[in-house]
Every structure is written in C-alpha cells, then in structure tokens.
Design a protein around this ligand. Structure first.
Ligand code: INI
Length: 156
C-alpha cells in the first residue's frame, strides 16, 4: 500500500504568513514565538516568514481572507487566544473565528493551521503557550508544514 503523507521539512522560497491576534497578547506573543521557532527548526528561513497582526480573534478570518486572496503566501498559520469571561461573548467570538478560518481555508484551497486557543481560564492559556501543555503555536506551525507538503504530494 502506498502511503501519502507530508514531510516535516519547510519548502524553501515559499512565503508563509502568521496571523496573530493582539488580544491577550501576553499569551499570543508566546504562540508566535513557538510558531517561529518551529518554522526555523524545520528548515525555514526567517525572510520567508511574515507576521500579520489583527486586533482580536474575530478579525482572524477577515485578515485571512485578504491574505489568501493576495496570492503571496503558500500557507497561513492563524494564532490567537479567546478566554472565557462572565458573558456569552466567548462563545460568539470563538465560534465565528473557528468557522471563518475553516471557511477561508476551503475557499482558497491553501494550507491553513488553526492555532487559536479557546480556554476557560488564563491558567489554561498559560499552560498551552509554552509551559506544561506545550506550545500550541509551535504545534500549529508543525501541522502547517506537514500540510504544505501533503498538498504538494497530492497535487503531484
Ligand atoms: N478577542 C480575542 O482574541 N480573545 C478574547 O478573549 C476576546 N474577548 O474575550 O473579548 C476578544 N475580543 C475581541 C474581538 O475578537 C474583536 O476584536 C472585537 O469584538 C472587535 O471586532
């Protein structure tokens, strides 16, 4: 049986964008650090990586649409952190961001990684931004690298 899967090696010369949400930046800056570190450790060049900042998670799909429509990027890693508060706001923001990111990935048929934390507490966010539960930004970037290579394998 032939197995088709993506390598964990950055494709040289292809631009990759990170879109990060500034809201809860104490957390999301750590996700960017993790994503950048993963990209470089898997053979990427810093010049091929661009960071695009948006105000909050709700804006992630809006910027993603523009970024993918520009045709400049091979793939996009979306990062952010939605932390539950006392009102239903969390549910609306996290649902719209999640649905919007998936919709844009399918519309433009490009690899897109989902590195949006949706957590109940700040402690859960800290755990996932470079402490005891790892760094979800790094995990999202590794997934993105695999999917870039998988798309190429399937197209070939
Ligand atoms: N944006 C986030 O990224 N995380 C949050 O936890 C959050 N909360 O809780 O409000 C949040 N809100 C801002 C939102 O994403 C938009 O930027 C804002 O509504 C303006 O469109």
């Amino acid at each position: 049986m032939k197995i088709v899967e993506g390598k964990l090696q950055v494709v040289p010369g292809k631009k990759v964008a990170i879109i990060n949400s500034r809201f809860n930046h104490i957390i999301t800056d750590r996700l960017v650090e993790g994503a950048k570190d993963a990209y470089l450790r898997h053979g990427g060049n810093e010049e091929d990586l661009e960071l695009i900042l948006v105000p909050g998670a709700f804006e992630l799909p809006l910027a993603l649409e523009r970024v993918l429509a520009s045709g400049k990027y091979e793939a996009v890693c979306c990062l952010g952190a939605v932390i539950r508060g006392a009102t239903p706001h969390f549910d609306y923001i996290s649902a719209e961001a999640t649905k919007g990111i998936a919709t844009m990935a399918l519309k433009f048929n490009k690899p897109v990684a989902f590195g949006l934390l949706t957590v109940d507490t700040i402690e859960q966010a800290i755990e996932r931004a470079g402490s005891k539960a790892g760094n979800k930004g790094a995990e999202a970037m590794v997934t993105l690298i695999e999917m870039i290579n998988l798309y190429r394998e399937i197209q070939a």
